[in-house]
Design a protein around this ligand. Sequence first.
Ligand SMILES: C[S@@+](CC[C@H](N)C(=O)[O-])C[C@H]1O[C@@H](n2cnc3c(N)ncnc32)[C@H](O)[C@@H]1O
Length: 247
Amino acid sequence: MTRYDAVEAASYRVAREISLAGLESWREVLEPYLLPGRTVLDLGAGTGLFVRAFREWFPDVPVVAVEPSADMRAASGLPMLAGSAYEIPLPDASVDVVWMSTVVHHVRDLPAAGAELRRVLRPGGVVVLRSLFRERHSGIGLFRFFPEAVRALSGFPTVSEVASGTGFAVSRLEAVAQVSASSLADKAATLRQEADTLLRSLSAEEFAAGRARLLEAAAVETGPVVDHLDLLVLEKIAVGAPRSLQG
Ligand SMILES: C[S@@+](CC[C@H](N)C(=O)[O-])C[C@H]1O[C@@H](n2cnc3c(N)ncnc32)[C@H](O)[C@@H]1O
């Protein structure tokens, strides 16, 4: 499990937290799952970006946040439980939706996580992921300036590795747009190497060269920065379901 320390947690808030307006498309795709009265677990909640978003977008949906890093929990300023995908501090059959945003690439033991997810989910419950997957990375603009960051993709699972590893079936998969920054200049100003798994894989020289390319482009391109991450919805495999339904 990747550990986020206090410096990384502070950087994460600056570099990775996106405005709620920039996440509007995510509100739309999540609406059918975060229905009033359903209990949501934000697993790997980090600095609480989505705890705050869900509070604003879906005020009638109770959200429980679980996060392994004490420093991320502290940086969030929100009530969060200590725990991880391998050890969720919640009773059996107690949540309807498990939300995992940019977390699954940190989960090395997918079968152990899958068993724990099945334990806490109520019948009919789903796991909803927001993630970059190894075979689907064309929606990430960062690679244009930091092409060497593609190396880090080897540490990311594919969609089918996540589904088969956790033992769930794919119920929905699509790319969702987000406005990651108001401009490339804004992106450059908030960029922090230590806050991003992709950028952490770069040498100091590679990062400096990429940052220079980004600043050069920022001088002429002033529009918003739009990236795409995937929405992946996983559902429990029904006992006795034919193999073709098992993702
Ligand atoms: C990139 S951050 C995402 C934070 C938040 N979900 C968001 O979208 O802003 C990844 C988070 O996953 C957490 N994490 C790492 N390994 C984990 C695991 N095995 N189970 C649950 N969370 C984990 C990290 O501590 C970190 O807070």
